[in-house]
Structures are given as C-alpha cells and as structure tokens.
Design a binder for this molecule. Structure first.
Ligand SMILES: [Zn+2]
Length: 194
C-alpha cells in the first residue's frame, strides 16, 4: 500500500476573513499542520492544491461579476493568482508538501484532478507514477472541492478516506449530503489519527 495525502485549498480566501471564508477553516489549517507534524512520514506523497484564478475576467462564469453570487455555481471573486487571498493559510505548514497543484486558471475547477503541478504534470499522472493506491483527503470545502476531489480519486481507482475532523464546508446541509454521497460511492469517512 502506498498512501498519499490530498490537502485541498487551505487558502486565505477560504478561511475566516477571506473572500469566501468558511467557518472552521483556520482550525482545519492548524489541524492539518498537527497531522503533518506527527504523521507526514506515513504518506509517500503529499499534494496541496490551490484555487488559482485569473485576474480581470469571470473565469468562465465562476466569478459573479454582473449579479449576486448564488454560492452554488457563481461565487464572489476569490483566490486570484498571486494575491494574499490565494496564499496558503499561515497556520498550514507546507514544509512536507511534495507537489503544489494549481487549478482554476480561467475556469471553474473544483477537483484537485483538474489542476497541474509546477511542471504541468497532472495529478492522475503523478499518482500512477508513484504507485499510489490509497488517499487520505483533508481541506476545504467539504461540499465542493473536497467532494469533487474525493469522487475523482475513487474514479481513478484509489481507496479513499476523508478525515472528517480536518475538513470544513460552506454549508452544513450540503456538507452532510456530500459525506453521505462519498460514503455511498465507496469512501471511508474517518477521524484523523490525531
Ligand atoms: Zn474558485
């Protein structure tokens, strides 16, 4: 078994005080750093993703520029490449990260599988090259990018665990629904090792 960790979108704009701040986001950032301090060595590869949108356009309708955002398909402007909002949250210690994945350049991108590494590699390629069989997933937001990343990981043939104490969602109802959906799809919903 070769286990990888996906750390999804632990960015300033998705945590308290950010453009699209999720309650509990800062605590998730700190909790992930604690997980890494104790258990980073158990992961053969650690991926961290960032939403990384273009400045000056609506990124394929992802940014609500003409009307109010519906918080389902259109969102306030967030995670514009190179801005403080797109940075990792300061409580997330990225020292153990193997691959930094960027997604959403000019278009909506919820799943980490839609992103690429610093040399243009896809996540699917990297998982295959590294013989990854199992993935733990943490990060933000449960009901959007965590959900989409977990579904794509299952689709890729991975055994998937979502660490439920290290995720935070946009809304309670859709987060509960997302975890139920992931459970039905074959993911395990577990507590982190702490
Ligand atoms: Zn986005």
């Amino acid at each position: 078994m070769t286990r990888a960790l996906f750390i999804v979108d632990v960015q300033n704009d998705f945590t308290e005080g950010g453009a699209l701040g999720v309650v509990g986001g800062a605590a998730v950032a700190a909790g992930i750093s604690a997980l890494l301090a104790a258990h980073a060595g158990e992961y053969g590869t650690i991926f961290a993703s960032r939403d990384w949108h273009d400045e000056g356009n609506d990124n394929g309708g992802h940014f609500a520029t003409d009307a109010a955002p519906d918080f389902v398909d259109s969102w306030p402007v967030h995670c514009v490449a190179g801005t403080a909002g797109a940075d990792y949250h300061p409580a997330f210690d990225t020292a153990a990260v193997t691959f930094h994945i960027r997604k959403g350049q000019g278009k909506p991108a919820y799943s980490i599988f839609e992103g690429t590494g610093e040399n243009g590699e896809t996540v699917a390629q990297l998982l295959t090259e590294r013989g990854v069989t199992d993935i733990d997933i943490v990060g933000i937001a449960t009901d959007y990018c965590v959900r989409a990343s977990a579904l794509d990981a299952l689709e890729h043939g991975q055994r998937v665990r979502v660490l439920r104490d290290l995720i935070a969602g946009v809304a309670a109802e859709s987060s509960v629904a997302a975890l139920a959906e992931l459970g039905h799809a074959g993911a395990e919903i577990v507590d982190s090792a702490g």
